[in-house]
Design a protein around this ligand. Sequence first.
Ligand SMILES: NC(=O)c1ccc[n+]([C@@H]2O[C@H](COP(=O)([O-])OP(=O)(O)OC[C@H]3O[C@@H](n4cnc5c(N)ncnc54)[C@H](O)[C@@H]3O)[C@@H](O)[C@H]2O)c1
Length: 326
Amino acid sequence: MITGGAGFIGTNFAYHMAGKGYGLTVLDKLTYAGGKDNLEPLISSNKVRFINGDICDTAAVKSALEGVDAVVHFAAESHNTRSETDPDLFYRTNVEGTRVMLEEALTLGVEKFIHISTDEVYGSIVDGYFAEGDKLLGDSQATSAYSKSKSQADDLAMEFGKSSPVIVLRPTNNFGPWQYPEKALPRWISNIILGSKIPLWGEGLQVRDWLYAPLTAECLEFLLLKGETGNAYNVAANHSPEITNRQAAEWICEMLGVDKEEWIQYIPDPRPNHDFRYALNVDKITKLGFKPSIDPYNQFKSTVEWYVKNEAWWKKRKEEAESIYK
Ligand SMILES: NC(=O)c1ccc[n+]([C@@H]2O[C@H](COP(=O)([O-])OP(=O)(O)OC[C@H]3O[C@@H](n4cnc5c(N)ncnc54)[C@H](O)[C@@H]3O)[C@@H](O)[C@H]2O)c1
């Protein structure tokens, strides 16, 4: 079962797993971020059994879990900016929903439960890298309602993992196809296609360890097969040199054939406590045998090409996505 399988990373994972011949159930509430259209080819070819339901609804979760042997739990409210105005929704979905999923799935005896956490549970780091053991109990390292709720959900999953087959994955910022255009990369790409500038916060020197979503999908299949339960794993690209937001925006300008000097607009950072740099140590998952194929320029290029080709997909989402920045 993939919870949140109609969202960005969940959709990438569903295509990856369907391609490998796994039988899949997707449980998704279809919030603004979920698109059943993402999965239509998989649903119509019976590769995905789709259930429209809420992870906070115990009865719906129980019934959806029938016949499921493993759960990969993505479902969440995922956008930092939105969490500033509606933190309660983030706590309900991300903490309470995760508790319901863990309790119901483990009571029914699923063989593996992978909870998708985030690098944001560690907070920002000036130099060096966070390893798995650096996460403190509670949410004191996290800085937004989103990351604090994810931090509490991470603790819950780790607690269940002491006696049940639970794994926690903490990925860095993902990018790729099907990402809702509220998020930086699809927002910038779609802005330029529509003739608007890229709004870069501050001086654009923030560092995100951009990880291509199809690689996160590969990582999750790897963990379903080889991951040791009761453990948390970091996954990241560890780019060298690191990629600042300015560099990412300049690549996008170059790939879309526009002048970066003209198309990037520097604006005061609208987010209080905006984390400056995320960086993860990936020794643990590397030792277990997972080595993603990192090629940021070409992975950015494939992503830009996807948004150019799939204009209809993001155009129907763009107005709602932009409304949160007004
Ligand atoms: N996108 C990233 O860069 C990134 C990085 C690290 C971790 N993560 C984590 O990965 C997961 C997926 O992120 P994403 O970017 O694909 O998110 P997304 O916002 O694109 O998708 C979330 C999905 O969850 C569904 N959903 C929301 N509330 C639900 C509920 N109550 N019941 C059932 N379904 C519900 C939505 O409809 C949507 O399909 C999240 O847990 C997020 O915290 C994301």
